[in-house]
Design a protein around this ligand. Sequence first.
Ligand SMILES: [Zn+2]
Ligand SMILES: [Zn+2]
Length: 270
Amino acid sequence: MLNSSSPWRGQSSQTPLQQLWDHLLLHHRPLVSSPFFPLLLAFSSYVFFSVPFAVMDVVGDRLPYFYQFKIQPSRKPTLKMMCKSFMTALFNHVFFVLPAVVVGAFVLPSPVLPQDAPTLYDVCVDGLASLLLFDTQYYLWHFIHHKNPQLYKWIHAVHHEYMSPFSWSTEQLSVPELMTVGFWSNLDPIVLRCHPLTTWAVTVVSIWMSVEDHIGYDLPWSLSRLVPCGLLGGAAAHDLHHQKPNRNYAPFFSHWDRLFGTEEKLTRKE
Ligand SMILES: [Zn+2]
Ligand SMILES: [Zn+2]
């Protein structure tokens, strides 16, 4: 949790996180204290993580080593599909998220950047708590929006245009869905009193996990395969959700789908 005045300032200044934090405050304060920084971080992370998989989609079966891991090899995204998804995300960010940030900059208090960095323990515990809270919120929202035909049609169907997801389809979302996800992503770290550095780390990690859910490749070195016991759903689980929309509602973890009997595992050819 955020510790506004640490008596261990002298000691903690030696940690790599404190050095990083001092560097950010000293050299990049105007950038990181800007109300636009979280949006810039989120969208640039999305583009950075998605581009390599977009290249894989374009190259397709001409790279057989990667293509062997394609979950639905008979369904390939076309350039037109990829452009449409990207333009939807760009349009929503420019015309809805950006104005919301501008309004927030006038209405909300300026972000406070403490002098002390968080400890690595704080980043891990608070970051995990944020991811678990978001996972719970989205599981419930997602379940409701699949069970209610009107909510599905008006709000969530945009995301289900394609039965075989690809990286750029991650943020092919309706405006209400994008704003809901953005609202939780901003609110949860405040409720959990996360340090700004933890909040930014959660932003990057959650966008990575969201993109990985949609890449359409069950890569052996993906985060969901590296974390043991199937604790994360990953591409295998979410790809199945796009094929069978009444299964695998959780975005990141697998426990809610296991508890409520909505989990389905991908049959892997091993
Ligand atoms: Zn999806
Ligand atoms: Zn869905």
